[in-house]
Write a protein that binds this ligand. Structure first.
Ligand SMILES: Cc1cc2nc3c(=O)[nH]c(=O)nc-3n(C[C@H](O)[C@H](O)[C@H](O)COP(=O)(O)OP(=O)(O)OC[C@H]3O[C@@H](n4cnc5c(N)ncnc54)[C@H](O)[C@@H]3O)c2cc1C
Ligand code: FES
Length: 515
């Protein structure tokens, strides 16, 4: 930002105060507004992200969009529309007028009207009906996009979950600590589904898929015909048998109901043992420690999260947890449960009122397999997110998709990436041929520290650390053969956005033929 003084944008500012390709923050009446510049064009939009209220003025202007520094939502500077998850709702926008060397923010403009689909504009035949199986991040984003693109036909969203689509990442964070009340959790209010004519069918696992007849059947025998289908069934926690333990003694965390049950058990517990140094395991550790429980984490790795984030960040995370009193038992695992004593393979014995397993997830591909789709460690899709059967798409944690950067097929388990796949799949269901080339992004938050990660590195041969873990301010770049695969940042949100844009640009440049 160019200045510390908050300018009154309605009273006007001189053009040179707004950096080219950048923005300044100011006020219009009582509202915080960012004024952005792209060449001779100026844009004024609301300064607060509609996802979790992130400060857009500290984000990044990219062409005619602004990106949020917290979880990389992307808004149009022209209309305020939320273009990419995790935000769904638009930000306000204002008319800007240039007079001489000054620009003035004038009246607020109305919310953007829906754009017709590219497909209908080209006169393509739109699907007679769309069924979406899975009411999570990808499923909801797809349903929302169908309507925003102007699709008017029947949309049915079928979910095995009893709860309407909710903010899954929050289940291990603020919700578990009690800081997020229940009314924060739904992604959309109940009226949304009625208003948008989205037929939301809850508590209804789809048991079979008949691709020939183009219909799915739920466990209670109800049949739904579709013209186009999206599978977005997500993933299920890996269940490990623990000798001596009954099912009721083991807690897993995937659903809202799981989180409510875990919070209730934690309220009556003093000590918890968590098996697994995964993101979910560690977020649960941080949340339950914040609730005052004694927390032990048992994990096979040398450092938690080492496989995904490397040794340095693993060490940092362990230090962060230990500074808050979490006790690690690394390169170890549970051998059995004896009453309320957890016996580790090393022979260590720990008291536990609660045992949580966070040892990873498996993609929920059973339905796709039964339907005869190509499944190989995930539902195999092409760059348009279409499965091996035409007219059937897959998105989110179940999809195994081509990664334009590495050329390999990848399956990614991130919230924002799942939503963006849902959005792209919806447009492709309608007939757009949109290559899905978004850069994977995830964040984790533990003991007040956020780590942001862009890109995807299954393996790497070099890491470059810029900054200091001690100061909790650094970026770690993961490289293979000199090429940047991923960047993890702590307290460097702008750098994370810049890394995302650099990866987007490089993969598009790779695809374009050189002149
Ligand atoms: C506790 C927790 C915290 C997380 N935190 C983060 C985070 O901080 N950052 C991040 O990037 N990612 C996070 N993730 C991962 C992220 O939530 C997932 O990547 C994301 O939810 C995937 O979206 P999805 O739509 O593919 O699947 P899901 O959101 O899991 O949705 C799948 C849906 O399909 C339904 N379903 C499954 N099978 C059937 C069937 N046969 N019939 C009908 N419906 C079915 C389910 O009921 C569910 O509604 C977290 C995950 C969990 C569990
Ligand atoms: S607060 Fe803006 S993307 Fe989350």
């Amino acid at each position: 930002m160019a200045s510390d003084v908050v300018p009154d944008l309605a009273a006007g500012v001189t053009v040179d105060r707004v950096p080219e390709g950048g923005m300044i923050q100011g006020k219009v009446g009582n509202e915080n507004v960012v004024l952005a510049r792209r060449g001779t064009e100026f844009f004024a939009v609301g300064a607060t992200c509609t996802h979790y209220g992130g400060p857009l003025g500290r984000g990044l202007v990219v062409n005619d969009t602004v990106r949020c520094p917290l979880h990389h939502a992307c808004f149009s500077l022209r209309t305020g529309e939320a273009l990419r998850g995790p935000a769904f709702d638009p930000i306000p926008h204002w008319r800007v007028e240039r007079l001489g060397d000054s620009v003035f923010v004038r009246e607020k403009l109305t919310a953007p009207t829906r754009r017709p689909t590219a497909a209908s504009m080209r006169g393509q035949k739109l699907p007679a009906s769309v069924v979406i199986v899975g009411g999570g991040g990808a499923g909801l984003a797809a349903a929302d996009t169908l309507r925003r693109e102007g699709y008017d036909g029947p949309v049915t969203l079928i979910s095995a979950d009893a709860d309407p689509p909710y903010d899954r990442p929050n289940l291990s964070k603020e919700y578990l600590t009690g800081k997020a009340p229940d009314d924060w959790m739904p992604l959309r209010p109940p009226s949304y589904f009625t208003d948008q004519r989205i037929d939301l069918v809850l508590n209804s696992p789809v048991a079979s898929l008949d691709v020939g007849q183009k219909r799915v059947q739920t466990a209670d025998g109800t049949t739904y015909a579709f013209d186009r289908l999206l599978l977005a069934t997500g993933a299920d926690p890996v269940k490990l048998p623990v000798p001596g333990a009954s099912d009721s003694q083991l807690s897993y965390l995937r659903t809202y109901a799981d989180s409510r049950a875990l919070a209730a058990k934690a309220a009556a517990a003093k000590q918890v043992v968590i098996l697994g140094g995964s993101f979910i395991g560690l977020e649960v550790a941080a949340s339950l420690r914040a609730c005052g429980l004694a927390v032990h984490v048992v994990a096979r790795e040398k450092e938690p999260l080492e496989r995904v984030l490397g040794h340095e960040i693993g060490q940092f995370i362990r230090g962060l947890h230990e500074a808050h009193g979490v006790v690690f038992h690394l390169q170890d695992t549970i051998s059995r449960l004896d009453g309320r004593r957890v016996i580790l393979q090393s022979g260590t014995s720990l008291d536990a009122d609660l045992l949580v397993l966070g040892v990873g997830v498996r993609p929920a591909t059973g339905l796709a397999e039964r339907g005869g789709l190509n499944v190989d460690r995930g539902v195999v899709v092409d760059e348009y997110l279409e499965t091996s059967t035409r007219g059937i798409f897959a998105a989110g944690d179940i999809a195994r998709l081509p990664d334009p950067r590495s050329g390999e097929r990848v399956r990614v388990e991130h919230w924002v990436f799942a939503e963006r796949q849902g959005q792209a799949a919806a447009r492709n269901l309608l007939g757009s041929r949109e290559r899905f080339d978004a850069v994977p992004f995830f964040w984790t938050r533990q003991f007040g520290i956020s780590i942001k990660y862009v890109g995807h590195a299954q393996s790497w041969d070099d890491t470059v650390v810029d900054g200091s873990f001690e100061a909790k301010n650094c970026a770690v770049t993961f490289k293979a053969a000199g090429r940047t695969l991923a960047v993890a940042t702590i307290s460097r949100d702008l750098q994370s956005l810049q890394a995302e844009v650099a990866m987007e640009t490089s993969s598009r440049a790779d695809r374009e033929p050189s002149s």
